[in-house]
Design a protein around this ligand. Structure first.
Ligand code: ATP
Length: 366
């Protein structure tokens, strides 16, 4: 099997009711890459997948697979295969026949189909389960049968739409490693859709973060976590403390921002000029107790012990700030009165004010 690259060239999608689910998008996914599209519900992830698989046509621009424009080429003739969250295995067929199902139209003998299915079942570590019925397998095993079945047609690109979301947490975590291994072993390009940042960060070579029909940022997990380019990405991927204010001075990639809690210095990747409304983001693990640079006064509200980590929550003039520190048993933070906390300028970033990811509370209140 061999992966192919996938290019979206200025591609947008407007549904027949006039709703533009995907804004004009340029994106190249490399051949053999494990690429995730990460974003909240309704941001347009599945719509992009449908356009790549050929179930809908772009309204503008084009989809190219292996350099070939896919316009007018239907789902069955594209070099793609799709795996959904609710996989539909045939309950009365043994596992191997489920896997071989897609090979029937290829004129192979039953013997050859069985042999081909066996190879794929070995690949997903189910070689000894070939004669069982899907109902006799666990959820994770059934998911692996679905993967083997999708790979049977030798796709160059495998499209996976939240395939693990029906599984319990432990199995999901186990399957992340399995999927990643299967992808590397086959070399097939995987495009993986998820709203779960943990999944995207652990499995992907690169990730596109998406919000409201737009790609906000493309990069490795590390780049996205450590150097977010937009307020949405900084607030959606991982936890971040946020201070809002106005840029006061800027030079050599750094800037000063004036906020209600004081004036702070941080990285300025967009070269925002003085006067710009901006947001400063700093990860809880980059916060330091008794630090003199970028210092502010805050009062401790509560502390949660998470094994090796101590998560402290401070109030600074009505804003909650989280501080995660390694728990070495030596930490003493007074619960009364103000404490000095701070952060290094290099570990914080100033970004243009913009839409933020909704919090769990906001989503629950919907
Ligand atoms: P989820 O994670 O919930 O599946 P998603 O990011 O995959 O979300 P899409 O399914 O791509 O989102 O939908 C993007 C937007 O387009 C949503 O606002 C959705 O309501 C809208 N949409 C989807 N299908 C249609 C359709 N056939 N007609 C009109 N609007 C649609």
């Amino acid at each position: 099997m061999r992966g192919k690259d996938v290019t979206l060239d200025n591609m947008s999608i407007t549904y027949p009711n006039g709703f533009r689910a995907v804004q004009p998008t340029n994106l190249t996914i490399q051949a053999g890459e494990f690429f995730s599209i990460l974003g909240p519900s309704g941001c347009g992830k599945t719509t992009i997948l449908r356009a790549v698989s050929g179930f809908i046509e772009p309204s503008e621009g084009e989809v190219r697979i292996g350099g070939q424009n896919m316009a007018g080429i239907g789902p069955n003739t594209r070099p793609t295969a799709l795996i959904f969250q609710n996989l539909a295995l045939f309950p009365l067929m043994p596992v191997w026949e489920n896997v071989a199902f897609g090979l029937e139209s290829r004129g192979l003998s039953k013997r050859d189909r069985r042999a081909q299915a066996q190879k794929l079942l070995d690949l997903v570590a189910l070689g000894d389960q070939a004669e069982k019925k899907p109902g006799e397998l666990s959820g994770g095993q059934r998911q692996r049968v679905a993967i083997a079945r999708a790979l049977a047609v030798e796709p160059a690109v495998l499209l996976l739409d939240e395939p693990l979301s029906a599984l319990d947490l432990k199995l999901r975590q186990h399957m992340r490693a399995e999927l990643r291994a299967i992808q590397k072993q086959t070399g097939v390009t995987f495009i993986y859709i998820t709203h779960d940042q943990g999944e995207a960060l652990t499995m992907s070579d690169r990730i596109a973060v998406m919000n409201e029909g737009r790609i906000e940022q493309v990069g490795t997990g590390d780049e996205i976590y450590s150097a977010p380019q937009t307020a949405f990405t900084a607030s959606f991927v991982g936890e971040a403390n946020r201070l809002e204010g106005r840029v006061m001075a800027a030079s050599e990639g750094m800037a000063d921002i004036e906020t209600p809690m004081g004036r702070f210095r941080a990285r300025n990747p967009h070269d925002l000029a003085p006067g710009a409304e901006a947001m400063l983001f700093v990860r809880p693990e980059a916060m330091l107790l008794d630090h003199v640079e970028n210092q502010l006064l805050a009062r401790m509200q509560r502390r949660d012990l998470e094994g090796a980590f101590l998560n402290l929550f401070f109030d600074a003039q009505g804003t909650e700030l989280a501080v995660h520190i390694t728990n070495d048993g030596q930490v003493h933070v007074p619960s009364e009165g103000d404490t000095k906390i701070g952060f290094r300028a290099e570990s914080a970033v100033i970004l243009p004010s913009g839409p933020l990811a909704r919090t769990g509370q906001e989503l629950a209140a919907q």
